[in-house]
Design a protein around this ligand. Structure first.
Ligand code: ATP
Ligand code: MG
Length: 286
């Protein structure tokens, strides 16, 4: 059902970004960024290090204030709103560098992600009223549900800092999902994952879309993950959009390979995150 929906050509954009620009002092990090993501799709953003991918995410999620441009979610303008209000509109994200509470358990980290759903007041919580206790129990149950959904049901009582890196990334996804978002924005979810974990991540993202009906936008350097999961790909280069297309179109586009290679030629050695896509791109043209 959702699959059929995902393939429908007439879908309206859930996320619509127009002419987004962000300057840090005199340095323009991104400009002229347009992005249209249909509801129920998985959309990838790729591009060399420093191309502006995370900055675009930060502007969309109100983590930083865009210099200019507009962001619409479901037709409603959300740029200029504070981050917590943008989150309430249904925009959830994870971070390039994992941001968990290291000394809290996995369950507690997910509970933090759903505070906006809770209705009990501070005084009801202090008094331990029926509503508070019921909400607390429901919140824990929901948190456990999402830990299981992302594949780490047995980690509930583990401290975040003691969890393997791949599980920490899954935990971040659980925390983002528990608030019931409309769109999930993942910043390099496969970073630090081995190929088997990358494959499991592709499967998880598919389930996020198909079972939860959540639209996904991901920034990713691992081309195998990108090509397997994305319906469309936007390529960033030097703060602007180089091109956009299907995985097949992007793989066949020499400008994309040049963007990565050009970047590499100016460096002594490509960083690990960049080496993988380069290797795969080069394998294609070899
Ligand atoms: N808060 C900030 N202050 C100043 N400059 C910034 C800030 N955030 C990002 N930049 C700069 O903006 C440019 C784009 O950075 P950004 O992190 O968006 O790139 P990216 O495409 O996500 O790269 P990577 O693949 O390495 O994560 C870089 O030149 C970066 O140094
Ligand atoms: Mg980044």
């Amino acid at each position: 059902m959702l699959d059929a929906h995902a393939k429908s050509p007439a879908r309206l954009p859930l996320l619509d970004v127009r002419g987004l620009k962000k300057a840090f002092g005199g340095m323009i990090a991104i400009q002229n960024v347009d992005l249209s993501v249909p509801e129920g799709s998985v959309h990838a953003i790729i591009g060399p290090n420093g191309a502006g991918k995370t900055t675009a995410f930060n502007c969309i999620t109100a983590f930083v204030k865009p210099t200019s441009g507009r962001v619409y979610l479901g037709g409603e303008r959300i740029d200029g709103l504070p981050a917590h209000v943008v989150a309430r509109h249904g925009v959830a994200r994870t971070y390039q560098n994992v941001r968990l509470f290291p000394n809290m358990t996995a369950l507690e980290n997910v509970l933090v992600g759903q505070h906006r759903r809770l209705k009990a007041t501070f005084w009801e919580a202090i008094a331990g009223t029926g509503r508070f206790r019921r909400e607390e129990a429901e919140a824990r149950e929901r948190a456990r549900h999402y830990l299981a959904f992302v594949g780490i049901p047995r980690r509930a009582d583990d401290l975040a800092r003691n969890m393997p890196y791949g599980d920490q990334r899954r935990l971040e996804i659980a925390r983002a999902l528990v608030g019931g978002p409309r769109i999930l924005m993942l910043d390099e979810p496969a970073a630090g994952m081995n190929p088997a974990e990358g494959k499991a991540l592709v499967e998880l993202i598919g389930r996020v879309r198909d079972e939860l009906g959540v639209t996904v936008v991901l920034i990713e350097h691992h081309m195998r993950v990108v090509m397997a999961v994305a319906e469309r790909i936007t390529v960033f280069n030097r703060g602007a959009i180089l091109t956009e297309g299907t995985p097949a179109e992007i793989q066949a586009d020499d400008r994309v390979i040049e963007a990565y290679l050009g970047r590499r030629s100016g460096q002594i050695a490509a960083p690990a995150a960049e080496a993988e896509p380069l290797r795969q791109m080069e394998a294609r043209i070899a």
